[in-house]
Design a protein around this ligand. Structure first.
Ligand code: NAD
Length: 392
């Protein structure tokens, strides 16, 4: 029996990630799993194994609440394919249900802007599911960043190989138009982290990586990027879902049960500063703490390798950022916190991916569009014209 004071959360979409979110909800002592919503025939069994209600659509969930005099769920976690996030979120928001929208917020910035405005109109909070902001390795990296002095440059990698079955089981992943491809599915995570750690990105140049999957012509397999942040920091990043490599966030932190933890992986991110270099996830700081002049702070002097967060590193990889994100979502719903990752943050990451795509098409660097220049596409919300009129 669910206690009345629990925050009731529905999980929308029960594919790869939905059931994971649902089990975190079940394990949270402040939350109740209200229902699973998914039209797929397999979802009913998933709901039953989680001991929760099952609906094939949001409309049916709402009708069930109305018929039984139940309050609508307080919040929902949207785990549907990327190109469906906006319609699904807008429908939930129209009933005042707060949103934790899986990344990317949308695959189209104009649609994301419409959702942002509509949610504001309805007093609905939007938390974007860039959960890695809650990952202890990122929390520690952010906390220790000042130890490199002034950040000058960064280098990052997200590289691994996804199996064919990953694409076959969810065809939307095979086409950039439906939010597929590694740039929108995965690079967007790293872009969000880079902006979280180093501030807004101003300009990006990107080259697509060589394609190897001949049966999937419409999904990119990654890109090599040069990045310039507004504050003058510059960097490079390689993203690929089709090479043999452990240099990626999941392998290095062990946060995803699907991807084996690669013990003692060094440097999927490197932060180069005026006084040192920080390597993540190993949390090594390379520096010259006894430097006293320009010679001892140069290549003439040995560099020390210091292990930061030494005694806690062993346990960091087992901590669950999804739990922390859920705790935060509950606080947001209760009005105790503002979203750590806002719809503007989600949109900003999306606009960076947009700049990557435009750079690939044009062959030249692209400035990241300012959110304020994005014209909302209210039709994409899929709501009746009166509701949309009020938002405009
Ligand atoms: N944060 C992370 O680390 C992480 C990891 C994986 C996926 N994701 C994101 O989560 C989302 C889902 O990804 P996935 O890999 O689980 O996809 P998936 O294809 O495995 O599952 C999507 C599910 O949504 C259902 N669905 C489609 N339209 C729906 C609708 N209108 N209402 C209800 N259900 C609907 C489908 O039937 C399917 O079961 C994507 O946005 C993806 O980018 C995030």
């Amino acid at each position: 029996m669910i206690a009345a004071s629990l925050i009731q959360i529905a999980v929308i979409g029960a594919g790869l990630i939905g059931p994971r979110h649902a089990s975190h909800v079940l394990n949270n002592s402040h939350a109740g799993l209200f229902a699973i919503v998914d039209p797929s025939p397999t979802a009913k069994d998933i709901a039953s194994s989680l001991g929760t209600k099952y609906f094939t659509s949001i409309k049916h969930m709402i009708a069930y609440c109305d018929q039984n005099g139940l309050q609508y769920p307080d919040g929902a976690i949207i785990c549907t394919p990327n190109h469906t996030h906006i319609k699904v979120s807008a429908e939930l928001a129209s009933y005042g249900i707060h949103l934790l929208v899986e990344k990317p917020l949308s695959s189209i910035p104009e649609e994301a802007k419409a959702l942002k405005n509509f949610a504001k109109e309805k007093n609905v909070k939007v938390l974007v599911g860039h959960h890695r902001r809650f990952n202890p390795f990122i929390v520690e990296a952010k906390r220790n960043l000042h130890k490199v002095g002034e950040v000058i440059a960064i280098q990052g990698t997200w590289a691994l190989r996804k199996p064919e079955s990953y694409f076959k089981m969810s065809p939307w992943r095979q086409d950039n138009k439906t939010g597929g491809g590694v740039l929108l599915i995965n690079l967007v995570h790293d872009i969000d982290l880079l902006q979280y750690l180093f501030g807004p990105i101003e300009r990006i140049y990107a080259e697509l990586l060589k394609k190897q999957r001949t049966n999937m012509p419409n999904a990119d397999e990654g890109a090599a990027l040069t990045i310039r942040f507004k504050n003058g920091i510059t960097g490079t990043f390689i993203c690929s879902d089709n090479v043999t490599s452990p240099f990626n966030f999941e392998s290095g932190t062990g946060e995803n049960p699907t991807v084996p933890f690669q013990d003692q992986l060094e440097g999927f991110y490197r932060v180069f500063g005026s006084q040192g270099t920080l390597s993540v996830p190993d949390m090594h700081l390379f520096h010259q703490p006894d430097a006293v002049d320009e010679n001892t702070n140069s290549w003439l002097h040995p560099i020390e390798k210091e292990q930061l967060v030494d005694d806690r590193l062993e346990t960091l990889h087992s901590q669950m950022p999804f739990d922390l994100q859920l705790d935060h979502f509950i606080d947001v719903i209760k009005g105790r916190a503002e979203p750590l990752c806002t719809s503007d943050d989600g949109m900003s990451a999306l606009l960076c991916i947009d700049a990557v795509m435009k750079s690939v098409e044009s062959g030249i660097p692209q400035y990241v569009e300012d959110i304020k220049n994005i014209k909302p596409n209210y039709e994409a919300l899929g709501l009746d014209s009166e509701t949309v009129r009020l938002t405009k």
